[in-house]
Design a protein around this ligand. Structure first.
Ligand SMILES: *Cc1c(COP(=O)(O)O)cnc(C)c1O
Length: 395
């Protein structure tokens, strides 16, 4: 099976991990700070806070934004469940904004309309989480303008998007947002096994995030509420968690960062190869917004279902049966049983549901060879034409 994504680990990565294992610190040592500095410098952000996963990052980013019971969080329905669950962890109410039919990211016009209605009803969100699907940034300047007008905090879920850019600013620069979250799960652009990070240019948010990732405990006398009793003193001043990353993981992350531009460039080469070889097929290729340079975490095609004999499920199943590890990113979150119990239903976000009925993620990762990619392309073409009732070239 050719997977849809996988990590690329080289000897330098392995050596970096081994070096930590032989050192004095295997957690919260110098590698954490090195990794944070590397990513912050790369992205052009002031502060970076490394945590155990992007899910943990989203949770404490929401808490740092002050999200709590009675508040509202909005995100895209076409995302991994973690982008929405973080609101529920904080006791907030979660709602969704339908997607743009071309980029599959949160629609700015749908967001604006929903904000106007929410303002009239007194139900404005405290936090909005735009998700950069497949690694292509949302239209952040417009979202930032709305954030200023309607007074919400913007947390970018850039789990797919490290290495990408928007208007020549690296995603993670937080030029148009309050915080940006990355994931370092093995299928993502760079990996630490499990891991996540929050970037921000706001020193108060950075301080809160550091507290929340480690039990809400400080050893800094300037942060303490009371005079320290002695040199052993620490104070718990917030209800935090153990969301720390180990030095072992951070060393891997810092080592992976040396290849990030290479990783993204190879993904673009492979994506362009798919574009060329699938151009005459009855599929919609990934639209690239002129303001964005995607990190190309995912290569998502949409079937022109009216022009293909097999239906979406049949094409998908046949590809899996042929050893092609296609995937579907994502089942719209509002249709998950847990969210249906909160009152959401099919029909709530039609653009997201239409996308779901046609989308297929093809394998795309750094070590995908041209020969493997050709196998994928042949299999896709075979499935699109199978049944011999291909209705002719797409317009
Ligand atoms: C992977 C992913 C997450 C969660 O990342 P973890 O590091 O696995 O917790 C959140 N949001 C999106 C969009 C993701 O793709």
């Amino acid at each position: 099976m050719i997977p849809y994504g996988r990590q690329s680990i080289n000897e330098a990565d392995i050596q970096a991990v081994v070096d930590v294992l032989r050192s004095d610190f295997i957690t919260q040592g110098p590698a954490i700070e090195r990794f944070e500095k590397t990513v912050a410098n790369y992205c052009g952000a002031q502060y970076a806070v490394t945590v155990s996963s992007a899910t943990a990052a989203l949770h404490i980013a929401c808490l740092a934004a002050g999200l709590g019971p009675g508040d509202r969080l909005w995100t895209s329905p076409v995302t991994f469940v973690a982008s929405a669950n973080c609101g529920l962890y904080c006791g907030a109410t979660v709602d969704f904004v339908d997607i743009d039919p071309h980029t599959y990211n949160m629609s700015v016009s749908a967001l604006e309309q929903k904000l106007q209605m929410a303002k009239a009803n007194g139900t404005l969100p405290k936090v909005v989480i735009p998700v950069h699907l497949a690694g292509q940034s949302c239209e952040m300047e417009a979202i930032q303008r709305l954030a200023k007008e309607y007074g919400f905090t913007v947390i970018e879920d850039a789990s797919h998007a490290i290495g990408g850019s928007y208007r020549n600013q690296k995603t993670g620069s937080c030029q148009f947002s309050d915080m940006t979250v990355f994931s370092f799960h093995p299928v993502k652009i760079i990996t630490t096994g499990e891991g996540g990070m929050i970037l921000t240019n706001n020193p108060e948010l950075a301080e809160k995030l550091r507290l929340l990732r480690s039990h809400g405990i400080t050893r800094d006398p300037s942060q303490m509420e009371n005079e320290p009793d002695g040199p052993w003193a620490y104070e718990q001043i917030a209800l935090g968690f153990n969301y720390r990353m180990t030095d072992i993981q951070a060393a891997l992350g810092a080592s992976q960062m040396r290849r990030i531009d290479d990783f993204v460039q190879r993904r673009h080469e492979r994506a362009e190869r798919y574009n060329r070889k699938l151009a005459d097929q009855p599929v919609i290729l990934p639209f690239q917004h002129p303001d964005c340079h995607s990190a190309f975490h995912l290569y998502i095609i949409r079937l022109k279902t009216g022009e293909v004999r097999l239906n979406h499920k049949q094409v998908f199943t046949a590809l899996r049966d042929a050893g092609i590890g296609v995937n579907l990113h994502y089942i719209p979150v509002h249709t998950q049983p847990y969210y249906r119990k909160l009152g959401f239903k099919t029909g709530d976000f039609p653009a997201a549901e239409a996308y779901y009925s046609e989308a297929i993620s093809l394998p795309l990762f750094y070590d995908l060879s041209e020969a493997e990619q050709d196998n994928v392309i042949s299999a896709v073409k075979a499935m699109l034409w199978s049944g011999k009732i291909f209705l002719g070239p797409s317009s």
